[in-house]
Design a protein around this ligand. Structure first.
Ligand code: PRP
Ligand code: URA
Length: 208
């Protein structure tokens, strides 16, 4: 089973602490999610293969590197939208796909309501983003959508996971790399990550 990478960095911890705080309002929550996504993305693709190229500066030719394989972003709606800007800050030319899933709060099963993927997605490596990996059902359903579309190389980037959700994702989809900001204690009786940060979608976009 591949081990998830839990990014251990003082800036991640500091942003996370504010994110968890119940008094953090949506505008600040969005900015923290954006910062954290950039920090996790930086670590997620640290070892991605590159190819040497030449680049012409205003003065001379210099050595450069480009990524061997394009990285595209797929966001699990709705809370994954909060991670989009942080991703595009680092990779502004990436194509972006959306998978709409809403967890049924009684059965805890994800229900699909939308899907739009870039036409070239199968030839790219995909960063699948969702802040929360709780039971794991939504992430697994999204991976299955990507597999059906022909994607072979998937990295799941999440802010927070439960041990139960991580175990399920690892055992059903061992080929998916997992990058996280933190791994919490457990799921609670309502299927929330504990101590967690509450409902990520509501905290990002507000409920009133
Ligand atoms: C949240 C979260 C994940 C899912 C995690 O979304 O963003 O997609 O729950 O739970 P799971 O691992 O048990 O499937 P939710 O379905 O609440 O929708 P939202 O983003 O629209 O709020
Ligand atoms: N979805 C959330 O937004 N938070 C949780 O803790 C679990 C699922």
């Amino acid at each position: 089973m591949p081990t998830p990478k839990i990014v251990d960095h003082p800036l991640v911890h500091a942003n996370f602490t504010k994110l968890r705080d119940r008094n953090t309002r949506p505008h600040e929550f969005r900015s923290l999610v954006r910062n954290l996504t950039t920090l996790l993305l930086y670590e997620a693709f640290r070892e991605v293969p590159t190819q040497e190229v030449k680049v012409q500066t205003p003065l001379a030719e210099a050595d450069g590197q480009i990524l061997c394989k394009e990285i595209s972003l797929v966001s699990i709606l709705r809370a994954g939208l909060g991670m989009m800007e942080g991703f595009l800050d680092l990779l502004p030319f990436s194509s972006v796909g959306y998978i709409g899933l809403a967890r049924n709060e009684e059965t805890l099963q994800p229900e699909s309501y939308y899907c739009k993927l870039p036409s070239r997605i199968a030839s790219t490596q995909v960063a699948l983003v969702d802040p929360m990996l709780a039971t794991g059902g939504s992430a697994i359903a999204a991976v299955e959508v990507l597999e059906k579309a022909g994607v072979k190389d998937i990295t799941f980037i999440g802010l927070l996971a439960s041990p139960e959700g991580l175990e399920k994702l690892n055992s059903l989809k061992p080929q998916v790399r997992v990058i996280l900001g933190a791994l919490d204690q457990r799921l609670d009786s309502r299927g929330y990550i504990f101590p967690g940060l509450g409902d990520a979608g509501d905290r990002l976009f507000g409920t009133e």
